[in-house]
Design a binder for this molecule. Structure first.
Ligand SMILES: Cc1cc2nc3c(=O)[nH]c(=O)nc-3n(C[C@H](O)[C@H](O)[C@H](O)COP(=O)(O)O)c2cc1C
Length: 379
């Protein structure tokens, strides 16, 4: 059966697949535009776009201008098809400029998580394109969605869709402690059930994310009441993503046991962050070989970055930037989803989208009637 299209606000996407935002620089204009050309919703990551776009185009960019440029380039690549941007709440200093810059550039969807995007409608409201852009929060519980519905109500805005991200996702996940994250109640199917129940009351379309890899996973979440899925790791392992070649090679050669939810020495955000253990930047951090330093300051908690003064956190901004196409002197840090160990090859977005939208071949039980006459018996 072919997969259905889905709609959020006035935007229709032919295939129910959203390529998740992946920072820094992995979900770039090229990946997002190519996904859109193949029927999905392509999402740019806003994280450190000033540096990513500056390095690509060889001049200085401020955050607002960089977001506008990256969106325009993605839209040009896909002849104006819908394009989204992922803006993390934790990128506090550039949050507002990223929202407004992406709207300047013609973005269709803004997806926002890594914190509760309470201010998103208030910022979008100030832009002339406010009615055209779908605003989509990422949550890890129905409770979080309930808070957002209440807070966004002040601006007469209901989320145009909601992404429910479970504990198997790549990047940061919505829990601070492993026991909590891996508790049965937080399995994606259980989170989806509680969010769908609440979202249905407000006609909010639900998108599932975290550990979704194949057609049968997509079908499973559509059957559970979602309109689409969001996938990161599968798109990271494509020719078009902005990860370095070493990152992609580690991604397709790592095994389940090489992937870890970093705690103890972890992300300065305080949220769990999934890594490939052998990543050179992570090794440097756990062996405390890198002096505390934060010269980027994109991801802040209470205006501070713990990696600036302590070796109890690793500096995700530098680690992730080094693993993108921006050249830096730092070592590489690899974040992946929990199922990355299943990947074996780097493929094109076109091939991936074909695979994801093609039902697996059913092995039909053909009844073989044996002709047991003596003529057909083997000699
Ligand atoms: C390399 C990488 C970077 C990511 N960066 C972000 C990010 O900047 N913001 C965000 O909200 N989610 C981020 N994510 C999460 C993805 O958007 C997506 O929801 C998640 O990867 C889904 O799980 P999957 O990887 O198992 O498909 C990232 C994921 C990966 C793998």
């Amino acid at each position: 059966m072919s997969l259905p299209s889905f709609k959020m606000r006035n935007i229709t996407i032919p295939t129910p697949i959203i390529q998740g935002g992946m920072g820094i620089g992995y979900a770039n204009f090229k990946l997002a535009g190519t996904v859109a050309n193949n029927g999905g919703l392509g999402i740019i990551s806003s994280a450190a776009l000033d540096r990513v776009v500056g390095s690509r185009l060889g001049r200085k960019f401020k955050a607002r201008e960089a977001c506008a440029q990256e969106v325009q380039d993605a839209k040009e690549l896909c002849n104006g098809k819908p394009i989204g941007i992922n803006i993390m709440v934790a990128t506090v200093n550039q949050y507002e400029d990223s929202v407004l810059g992406s709207m300047d550039g013609g973005v269709d969807v803004i997806i926002s998580g890594a914190g509760l995007p309470i201010k998103l409608p208030a910022i979008a409201e100030t832009h002339p394109r406010k009615d055209e852009v779908a605003l989509v929060p990422i949550v890890s519980s129905a409770r979080a969605l309930k808070i957002l519905i209440r807070k966004w109500g002040k601006y007469n805005r209901v989320p145009d869709a909601v992404v429910v991200e479970g504990p198997l996702a790549g990047g940061h996940i919505g829990w601070a402690k492993k026991e909590e994250a891996l508790h049965e109640k937080n399995k994606l199917e259980n989170l989806v059930a509680e969010v769908v129940e609440l979202a249905d009351e407000y006609n909010i379309p639900v998108v599932a994310a975290g550990g979704i890899h194949e057609y049968i996973d997509i079908q499973k979440y559509l059957d559970l009441g979602c309109v689409a899925v969001q996938m990161g790791t599968r798109f990271l392992a494509t020719f078009e993503s902005g990860a370095t070649q070493q990152y992609k090679e580690q991604l397709i050669s790592c095994k389940e046991e090489d992937i870890k939810l970093a705690d103890g020495i972890g992300s300065p955000c305080g949220l769990l962050f999934r890594v490939i253990k052998t990543a050179p930047f992570y090794q440097e951090a756990i062996n405390r070989q890198r002096a505390p330093r934060c010269d980027k300051g994109y991801v802040l908690v209470n205006n501070e970055c713990d990696a600036k003064t302590s070796t109890n956190s690793f500096c995700i901004c530098n680690g992730l930037l080094s693993s993108s196409l921006v050249v830096t002197p730092e070592k590489e840090l690899y974040t992946v989803g929990a199922r990355a160990g299943e990947l074996t090859e780097i493929i094109s977005v076109e091939k991936l989208m074909k695979e994801l939208t093609t039902p697996p071949v059913q092995v039909n039980k053909i009844k073989i009637t044996q002709n047991l006459s003596s003529d057909s018996l083997p000699m």
